[in-house]
Ligand binder design. Structure first.
Ligand code: 3HC
Length: 286
């Protein structure tokens, strides 16, 4: 397997919101990046988003003009997957459709040297199924970035059924090289992030639909009441409602009705482990 030390060139498949964000942060970290999408128009839009994001970072004194210019110079755009052939690491961030992702991974498997790690930014699909389209399942891993990629601190590493330990370690190290902190999830529907976030957003939408409160009060209530930066409806708009629906449908197909109180919750209450007030809940307190 090609170690992170020898990674100089990173391929990114997809120049959409996530793809262009990943390309940007990889280039800022000093990697040469090849960003590929199926049409030049999408590549161009990806560069527009990168320019705008770099501009915001410069305005906020998070990057100097020189660092922004150097970042931009390190990114090449292409519509040809073959242009990723000399990449040392590839991150796929195409649309969330299993058939398309499997096709991309089968193509990457042919094009990219067989010691190169192939990562997927999938938000809810099975990393194991995506990896099964390749002949290097141990080198396939989930590296799930959060939107907006240049701003969010965290990256979720998803370990598929056949993902190798070294591949998982490389994924953590790569994300850290990009200035992110990581957490790890088994390859189960929605992983940690979307398994919890999507029902929260979905319940926010139901709360509006069932007339509990205005959209403004739902978002204000959750922001003021729980200190999150965006309420569920604002966050749904930010992520994209199509993406939220796709993710929620996948979770529904895989997990069914999740609104019954969790068995573990009932058991903990029966045990008297009520949280901070009893010194023990899911964590322990002095
Ligand atoms: N590029 C560069 N800088 C950006 C940026 C971008 N794309 N977007 C925002 N910023 C900067 C702004 O310029 C601003 O910088 P400043 O502090 O120097 O002025 C700073 O970030 C804050 O932005 P704003 O003032 O515009 O607005 P907010 O304070 O509301 O922050 C936000 C915007 C960072 C998006 C914040 O609202 C937030 O964190 N929201 C929650 C986002 C979230 O939960 N993302 C995860 C979604 S789930 C996901 O992605 C998984 C997927 O699978 C669905």
């Amino acid at each position: 397997m090609r170690e992170l030390d020898s990674v100089e060139r990173v391929g990114v498949v997809g120049a959409g919101t996530m793809g262009n964000g990943i390309a940007q942060v990889a280039a800022t970290a000093g990697y040469d990046v090849v960003m590929r999408d199926i049409e030049q128009e999408f590549v161009d839009r990806g560069f527009d988003a990168i320019d705008s994001s770099l501009g915001r970072l410069v305005d906020g004194n998070k990057l100097t003009e020189d660092e922004a210019a150097a970042t931009r110079e390190r990114i090449t755009g292409t519509t040809d997957l073959d242009d990723l052939a000399d990449c040392d690491l590839v991150v796929e961030a195409a649309v969330e459709e299993m058939e398309i992702k499997q096709e991309i991974f089968a193509d990457l498997d042919e094009t990219i040297p067989d010691d190169v790690v192939l990562a997927t930014n999938t938000s809810t699909l099975s990393v194991t199924s995506i990896a099964s389209a390749t002949s290097r399942q141990e080198l396939v891993v989930g590296v799930h970035f959060m939107n907006p990629v240049p701003v969010m601190d965290g990256v979720e590493i998803v370990v598929g059924e056949r993902t190798g330990e070294k591949t998982t370690a490389l994924a953590h190290d790569f994300a850290e090289e990009l200035g992110k902190e990581t957490w790890e999830s088994d390859d189960k529907p929605g992983f940690v992030s979307n398994r919890i976030l999507m029902p929260w957003i979905n319940e926010g939408i139901r709360t509006l639909d069932e007339g509990v409160a205005t959209k403004e009060d739902i978002d204000r209530g959750m922001k003021l009441g729980t200190n999150v930066p965006m309420g569920p409806l604002e966050l749904a708009d930010h992520i994209g409602l199509d993406i939220c629906l796709d993710a929620t449908e996948t979770l529904h197909d895989e997990l069914g009705d999740r609104y019954t109180p969790a068995y573990l919750l009932k058991r903990k209450v029966e045990a008297g482990d009520l949280g901070k007030k009893t010194g023990r809940g899911f964590y322990e307190y002095d």
